[in-house]
Design a protein around this ligand. Sequence first.
Ligand code: ADP
Ligand code: AMP
Length: 220
Amino acid sequence: MQIILLGKPGAGKGTQAERLAQEAQVAHIATGDMFRAAVRDGTELGKLAQSYMERGALVPDDVTIGLMRERLAQEDAGKGFVLDGFPRNEPQAQALQGLLQELGRPIQAAVELEVPDEEILRRITGRRVCPQCGATYHVEFQPPKVPGICDRCGHELTQREDEKEETVRKRLEVYRQHATELARFYEARGVYHRLSGLGSEEEVLVRIRHLLQTLGVWAQ
Ligand code: ADP
Ligand code: AMP
């Protein structure tokens, strides 16, 4: 299975990608998570990425595409993947086509999760992440068993720097600049689908699963 989840920051891409990848036994590849890991590790890539991320801007394409090239070459990606947060613009989508052609694994579906801005702001300001293992939570909708502690690895949860309302608005603006070109790109290749991202996490998951089964992308 090779699919892409598209949508605004906070649309639920990471939440759904993680569950889909687990169920389908494929890799969950999220450039945002990879950049955050690099920031945490203090690498050169992390230092560069951080200067863009804290402003809500996109990390330059050559850097992001290079990162994705390396990630797709790893063994687990050979079984398939759910991409989350990549591609974010047409040059990245073009580059991805090239990389996948080399691997002989075309994108089967690019699914956009649609969520209005008011709901996005509500979701993002309540989001908490585990800096250790990357698990995500929401104080209201998906709280951890013990407040502030990761269910999975026991580490203390944190709030992302780029989740202040002002930065979120900037990220929404950046998203809007490229949303149409990405939709057109995948529409032209016959793999673009739009679904409502509203409702519970489970409801959205059922919706995506149903679409993928209808398309014959997912056999389960
Ligand atoms: P993205 O990866 O698209 O930026 P996330 O998956 O990280 O979005 O979700 C953003 C926040 O919204 C998280 O705190 C998550 O727990 C919460 N969330 C995700 N899906 C839903 C949903 N269907 N209903 C309510 N909250 C959700
Ligand atoms: P995300 O977690 O996907 O919302 O990404 C957080 C931040 O990481 C974004 O605001 C960008 O600064 C950066 N980022 C993640 N993915 C990409 C990408 N594909 N291209 C450029 N920047 C990205």
